[in-house]
Structure formats: structure tokens, C-alpha cells
Design a protein around this ligand. Sequence first.
Ligand SMILES: [Zn+2]
Length: 241
Amino acid sequence: MQITNVICPQSKYSIKCPYAMTPEYITVHNTYNDASAMSEISYMLGNNLKTSFHVAVDDERVVTGIPFNRNAWHAGDGRGNGNMKSIGIEICYSKSGGDRFINAEKLAAEYIAMLLKQFGWGLDRVKKHQDWSGKYCPHRTLDMGWQRFLNMVSSYLNGTTPINNNVNNDGSEVEVKTYQNGSTTEVIYADTSLTKRIGSLNPRERCDCLGIFNDRPMVRYKVDGKNDYKIGFAKWKGGVR
Ligand SMILES: [Zn+2]
């Protein structure tokens, strides 16, 4: 299981996770979006909205963004147990569904089982967003059957399906840094082998840097003229601050 820990800057604690927390539950969400886990976490940490969650899971990896000893704003129940005592986990790609979502749900079930084992908890600790505030979330997981999802967690928990404990630490402990482009346009690529161009950074443009992967800085930058962000890889490492 590939787990990447993105560190929430302390300066964002007052917005994203103001209270110390001793977790007692896990709350399951669906993103109602079609973005990757890294994208969800970096967007969440990069904006100044109060919405926050601890973990996002897609079909490839688990990405954490808020430490489990801090609260997060995901359950819609104010200072209730959802927001104040539960670890919020977002399952990605729920808007369009399909294989990516199916596999993200599977990985989330495996990860949740691992957490339950770590905390010494039973399946009764797994809640849905709906339990706290009535919101129909995790929407696609509910459509497909909540008990079905719990059974999936249970099969990992009871060892019927083995948990892949080969934690791949590539990219672990990533700190959100700043990338300051130099005086020329920097091409941004979809992959670390720099084969597919997806955009560019303007001269002197600043954006978030989510760490270095395969020697390439991963950047989250704003698309020119649109209220949208992309994540990709730059060639030049000198811009990482
Ligand atoms: Zn939710």
C-alpha cells in the first residue's frame, strides 16, 4: 500500500484543524469529484476554506494531509463527534465512478482495516458522513451498498483478504513548499520522465510544490485564465523553496 504523508503547514492549523483530537471513529466520504488523492489533498491544504479532511484515497495510493491528533471539518456536525472525534477519509473518483472508483473503494477498505487494527478498534468505529449530519455521503458507496463496503473492510480485518503491508515510502513526509519559477517559461509534464506536456509556468510564477519525485519537483499551479489547478512535474529543481 502506497501511503504518502503531505504535511499540513502549521500556519494552516487555525483554519483546517484548530483542535487537538483523540480519534474514536473513522468517517467515510466520497469526494463527488474526479480528481486524484494527491490533487484532493493539495487543493484542500492549498486553499483557505474551512473544509478539511485527514485522508484521500484513490485507486493508486493513500494520501494523508491532516495529522490524526488534530480535528478536521468534514462531517457537517459542528462541534459534534464527527468533526471533533473522527478521522475523515475521502474516497476519490466518485462523481463518474467506474473502475477507478471501484479500485479506490477497495484500497480505502484495506486502509481502513489497517487503521482499525492499529487502533485496536472494531467495525463499529466505521461511520458514514450521513451518520453525523444526514448528508447523503458517501453517495456512490451508499448507492452500491453500505453493508457491502463494511463487508469489504471486514474481509481485510478478519484476514480473509490479506492486507498489503508493504508500505511504499516513496514520497512520504512531503512538505508543501513553494516553487518560484525563474525568468523563462517552465514546461510542466504529466510524468516524471517528462514525456507528456500538460502546461507551463510563466516567468516568475509562484505555486505550491508537493515534493520531489524521481528527481522532479511536483507542482500544483493555477491554469491561466481559469479558476482551476493542475498538478504536474517541472524539470528545473532550482525553483523549490
Ligand atoms: Zn462527506
